[in-house]
Design a protein around this ligand. Structure first.
Ligand code: ZN
Length: 164
């Protein structure tokens, strides 16, 4: 079996048996990503542990090519249980690696090597990156969420005496 065959098998396995597939019932955040070039869609929902600042749960659904869906499956396995900082670093490493700007770091999951073959087809790199950029956006949304939106309760303290 050549390396290329092995990569194809790993990608196919994740595509056919996606890990962490579905939607969380009570996500902290959900977000969608879309790759118009290939028509790929990814929706991820994350459960963030506020105290630990870590990704407690993550799930994805989507449709599109095998590369995008397999990459999403692998991504959920990598970042599940990671602190937000670690997850952001993992996204950055993977992105740089797909762009060939960095030699493969030894600690990165072996499975992700399977996606390296995609680099031969530049149009498919976007497919592989879609879930990761969607996750990065989701973490950004979490970091920049409006904390004042929690204090909207004041609006409900309507004085009934004002009613006509
Ligand atoms: Zn695609």
């Amino acid at each position: 079996m050549t390396m290329e065959d092995l990569s194809r098998e790993i990608i196919l396995d994740h595509y056919q048996n996606p890990r962490n597939h579905g939607r969380l019932e009570h996500p902290t955040l959900a977000n969608r990503g879309h790759n118009p070039l290939c028509g790929d869609e990814i929706e991820i929902s994350v459960g963030i542990d506020e105290d630990g600042q870590l990704i407690r749960e993550i799930a994805f659904t989507g449709r599109g090519c095998s590369i995008s869906q397999a990459s999403a499956s692998m991504m959920t396995e990598v970042v599940k249980g990671q602190k937000l900082d670690e997850a952001e670093a993992a996204v950055k490493r993977f992105t740089q690696r797909m762009a060939n700007r960095e030699p493969p770091p030894p600690e990165l999951e072996e499975e992700l090597d399977a996606l390296q073959g995609v680099k031969k087809y530049p149009a498919r790199v976007k497919c592989a990156l879609l879930p990761w950029t969607t996750l990065r956006e989701t973490v950004d949304m979490y970091r920049h969420r409006d904390p004042s939106s929690d204090s909207d309760d004041d609006d409900f303290s309507v004085d009934c005496a004002d009613a006509p």
